[in-house]
Design a protein around this ligand. Sequence first.
Ligand SMILES: Nc1ncnc2c1ncn2[C@@H]1O[C@H](COP(=O)(O)OP(=O)(O)OP(=O)(O)O)[C@@H](O)[C@H]1O
Ligand SMILES: [Mg+2]
Length: 566
Amino acid sequence: MQKNRRIFANRLEILFEKSHNDVGAIDVSDKNVGSTAQRTVAAVVRSNKNVARSAPVDGNVASEARRLSTLLEVSQALSGTLNLKASLHRVLEILTHHHGAVRGLVSLLHADGELRVEASDGLADASRPVRYQVGEGITGKVVQSGKPIVVPRVSREPAFLHRAARRPELAHQELSFICVPIVLNRRAVGALAIDLKFKPERTFDRSLKFLVLVASMIGQAIKIHRLIDEDKRKLVDENTHLRQELRERYDFSNFVGTSGPMRQIFEQVTQVAGTNTTVLIRGESGTGKELIAHAIHYSSLRAKKPFVKVSCAALPDSLIESELFGYEKGAFTGAEARKKGRFELADGGTLFLDEIGDINPSTQVKLLRVLQQREFERVGGTETVKANVRLIAATNKDLEKAIASGAFREDLYYRLNVFTIFVPPLRERKADLLLIVDHFLEKFAREHQRSIKRISTPAIDMLASYHWPGNVRELENAIERSVLMCDGEVIHGHHLPPSLQTAEASGTVTRVSLSDAVSAYEKDLIQDALKTTRGNRARAARLLDTTERIINYKIRNYGIDAKRFR
Ligand SMILES: Nc1ncnc2c1ncn2[C@@H]1O[C@H](COP(=O)(O)OP(=O)(O)OP(=O)(O)O)[C@@H](O)[C@H]1O
Ligand SMILES: [Mg+2]
């Protein structure tokens, strides 16, 4: 036992030797040393150096073991909670209860350059705010120099401000004071100070090294807290920013259209947003169903709560239930902890079930139950979870046909089909086309930093005559592409995607007037006849069953060079 203690003590000694360099920083040769206090320290440390290096005597073994267990408690106190103030307070309590300190203080440097007492133990008036400037009083000097100060006899030290503690004991009991810097990234960010009862035989060297260790542990804890705070701040900033961005992206100003059907959709969105009604949005792919779902959410009372989207078609059948309803630990292999489903994640907000026409029959049953009873169970669980969620579903499938073929439950269809918004394809609301084009043109010119002023008339004709099978999404891509392709300030036909170029070619016929088309055809026929008759106008007239006079008139009018055919 005795032998073990010795080993302990020796190990502690090595530990202290390692930290010795920090403590040894106090030196009389230091230019900054001016006060009596610091001169005293230097003297104390020097006189004790020999004692510290000698083997510990048995009395020391007990105190070293006590210090070791104190260190252990300190480390537990610092890592046990995320509340820094509380853990600092606990550390000081450990120092006063187990280490004979009369009182203890931790002061930390704040962003404004002021030192403030962050935690204390043994103060008569702990709630009073205490502040120092760097360099002021002993604590201020420790932080300024980054070096510890020991004052063996407080009553004889004129540099003492007694600002934090009034020290009534001094009337009958001399006190000693040790203050060590708390260092973070090689800079003092605060100080740990304790008052001890004065004992003439006290070896300050050991107490000092011990406190330096405690201060370095506090430094580490502060570092971790600052990293966590920084991360938290970043996340909160990012979250606020993203929410703002989402709101801007999906507010009505980005929802373009003045055509009759669009105005009706605006009205429907406004009408339904304030309620909790389930909404079904139907329309071809790329018509803006998701945009409408967002607009409903962001203009509803749930706007500040989450908008959670589930792409039913993108999830395999085996995953969709656990994705929607979550699962309990052990529900299946790999379920190592309980996981919340999208219904729970959307709590208080909106759940958007995209491509609802693609969900499998067993999930349809569960969904029906949530819609009817507003509750569900996690996969592998028995606890019933209440769902406070507004449901919006979208599909481009023909649900009636799916019901007829047995792929979609009729009862679910009726539950979903409470308030239905039909979004017509873009080709049926050409009135919106130019508005949407302008909207995307401005958006992408800004995004890609191009100064594009307008679209040429032939390019507009091409956009207008195309049938847009991919609807607004295809239009959006076409405009982005043309902005990237455009080398000047005007978008021309050749900047548009190839699919529109072919439309233009085939569209020429439909765009010209009837008389122009007839003239072009007539000219072709006359030229053909002249080719056959080798430029003989009389024979050509007969071939076309008309008179020579008419043929001559038309040849002159169309500017045909008959000699060419000889
Ligand atoms: N009226 C509109 N004004 C402005 N942008 C629109 C409009 N309608 C659709 N968009 C844009 O078109 C793109 C496609 O829209 P969205 O994703 O909402 O279509 P969808 O109907 O959900 O398509 P899918 O069925 O393929 O999922 C989005 O970038 C959206 O912002
Ligand atoms: Mg969509």
